[in-house]
Ligand binder design. Structure first.
Ligand code: AHR
Length: 559
């Protein structure tokens, strides 16, 4: 009776932040659940069912020469009035460090497929200029003059590696397969990794002031070869892949990522791996990439995505749910590709690398017209980021790396920058909340929670309700949960299965906004930001109310 009164009180008191909680050992908690009508969902955290270590690289980033991502975002130049570290935006370095970025992919994307690394090294004043891949993109018919139209190569390999060092990330380089050659690739590897005095490319690096090798381990061989990366068939790309990796200096020490499919294109995966297997190449691949963007499919899925995309900020309920549902397909893509890969790689030596993911909206919602694809970000993007990162955590045995597209002034960006201002988006807050998962042991969870109801195309529809992931590092347990329901907070019982109980105070961080269309702007940079509460341990089972349209992190210490 006493407990029931407590729970009722807790639920009535629930606001946008955290409700009080109770803990209990799993058996007692199950009994209590059976007798309680207060919680409408349940999360079991299976303490004795580890899935695998969450590769920190799952929390990776992506920087492409696209719109204002590099120029005006990362790079402001040494002579800029914007505070900088050798040309790199200082405020970005400082804020990005908070996310503990493990890896950054560069220079593209589609841009990489026409990039010659030699253009971006040596004295900056003498670097050549070329039309940027994105200079005439269909979504941006009149690009502003400047490096986003005519690439000036001020930001090249040295500048990128310096940026990585400043933020503590490892570089992940995308190799040009469409218009480059294996020889270019080989020389780039020597430029980056060769010991001083060993080869001409290594000495070029030394002459630029960088004596110590960069030690670039991970190399993506091509990008979207089925599209901007060469319009290859899977068989043609497999031959190219073999040519590129057949002999690379110190190749045995490098991790090659083969450019894989988009979304659910299992045919690409099967045909590419079958061709590679013909010449015993499976063992040479470290990672197999997968790209998935979620765009609005209001009125049903459309192949013409330039018409199908919705607005980043002004969306009806239907588009909120449809976008999240689209993002949530990542889980089946991972499972299906993994299964298809098993036919060629039964021991699963090749891991999945989701090196582009995020929301993609129609033009018009960028914070600045010079930012191609520089879209705004609301709670919808926060929930999308949370549910995607949770999916990766739950598949920690399969996913070795993932890179959100893209770091600043672009799609699903954690940062927006203009002039000397930098703002943190809701996506930034999710990455910061989820950072403790990096390197921890992912645990199996079972979620039972009602899904939201909405209308799709005039018909009743639903999607998954609460979802999330848990990880453990020694006695520290982190549980992250998203609630996609626009209106229903969800009071949910959380059960630690496997004997252990929570021992000390619970720290709760919640990201929610009264208005789901709210955005952070240069004028009002803190409209959407997380709230923190510390909850006293109370010796019973845990009931927590997850606010509508929210992302939550609970941090517990196990006894
Ligand atoms: O992230 C934007 C673009 O999306 C990338 O350049 C390309 O690889 C993908 O199609």
């Amino acid at each position: 009776m006493k407990r029931r009164r407590f729970l009722q009180g807790a639920l009535t008191a629930a606001g946008a932040t955290c409700t009080p909680v109770l803990f209990r050992g799993d058996r007692a908690a199950r009994a209590a659940t059976a007798g309680s009508r207060t919680a409408d969902g349940r999360i079991d955290v299976l303490l004795n069912e580890p899935i695998g270590r969450v590769a920190p690289e799952i929390y990776g980033h992506f920087v492409e020469h696209l719109g204002a991502t590099v120029y005006g975002g990362v790079w402001v130049g040494e002579r800029s009035k914007v505070p900088n570290l050798g040309g790199i935006r200082k405020s970005l370095v400082e804020a990005l460090r908070r996310l503990k970025p493990p890896v950054i992919r560069w220079p593209g994307g589609c841009f990489a497929d026409s990039y010659d690394w030699r253009d971006g090294v040596g004295p900056r004043a003498r670097r050549p200029r070329h039309t940027s891949f994105w200079g005439g993109a269909s979504e941006w018919p009149k690009p502003p003059a400047g490096p986003s139209k005519y690439e000036n190569n001020a930001f090249g390999t040295n500048e990128f590696v310096r940026f990585c060092r400043l933020v503590g990330a490892q570089p992940y380089l995308a190799v040009n397969v469409r218009s480059g050659s294996p020889r270019d690739f080989m020389d780039w590897v020597e430029y980056c990794n060769g010991p001083p005095g060993s080869t001409t490319p290594a000495d070029l690096r030394v002459a630029s002031g960088e004596r110590a090798p960069f030690g670039v381990r991970t190399w993506g061989v091509g990008n979207e070869p089925w599209g901007c990366g060469g319009n290859f068939t899977p068989e043609e790309y497999a031959s190219e892949f073999r040519r590129f990796i057949e002999w690379v200096p110190d190749g045995g020490a490098l991790s090659f990522v083969a450019a894989g499919s988009s979304d659910d294109d299992l045919d690409w995966t099967r045909r590419f791996l079958a061709k590679i297997a013909e010449r015993h190449g499976i063992g040479r691949i470290w990672g197999y990439s997968l790209h998935h963007y979620a765009w609005n499919v209001s009125g049903g899925r459309t192949t013409d995505w330039t018409k199908g995309k919705g607005d980043a900020v002004n969306y009806p309920d239907e588009e909120w749910y449809e976008l999240l549902r689209e993002a949530d397909r990542t889980e089946s893509f991972i499972a299906d590709h993994w299964k298809a890969m098993a036919a060629f790689d039964p021991e699963h030596k090749i891991k999945l690398v989701v090196d582009e993911w995020g929301a993609w909206y129609r033009p018009g919602s960028q914070v600045d017209d010079t930012h191609l694809l520089g879209q705004q970000s609301t709670m919808r993007d926060a929930v999308l980021a949370g549910l995607t990162l949770d999916t990766f955590n739950r598949h920690a045995d399969k996913v070795a790396m993932a890179n959100v597209a893209q770091l600043v002034n672009c799609l699903q960006s954690p940062f927006l920058a203009r002039g000397n201002k930098l703002i943190l988006t809701p996506t930034f807050h999710v990455f910061e909340m989820y950072a403790p998962h990096q390197g921890a042991q992912s645990l199996r969870t079972v979620f039972a929670s009602p899904g939201p109801s909405y209308t799709r195309n005039g018909q009743p529809a639903t999607m998954r309700g609460l979802s999330g992931s848990a990880s453990r590092r020694d006695k520290q347990l982190v549980l992250t949960v998203t609630n996609p329901d626009l209106r229903q907070p969800r009071a949910t019982e959380i059960v630690l299965v496997g004997g252990s109980r929570a021992a000390a105070a619970v720290r709760c961080t919640t990201l929610a906004a009264g208005d789901v269309h709210a955005v952070n702007t240069f004028e009002e940079p803190e409209r959407v930001h997380p709230q923190q509460t510390t909850l006293a341990e109370n010796g019973g089972s845990l009931v927590h109310e997850f606010p509508a349209a929210s992302v939550t992190r609970l941090e517990l210490t196990l006894a």
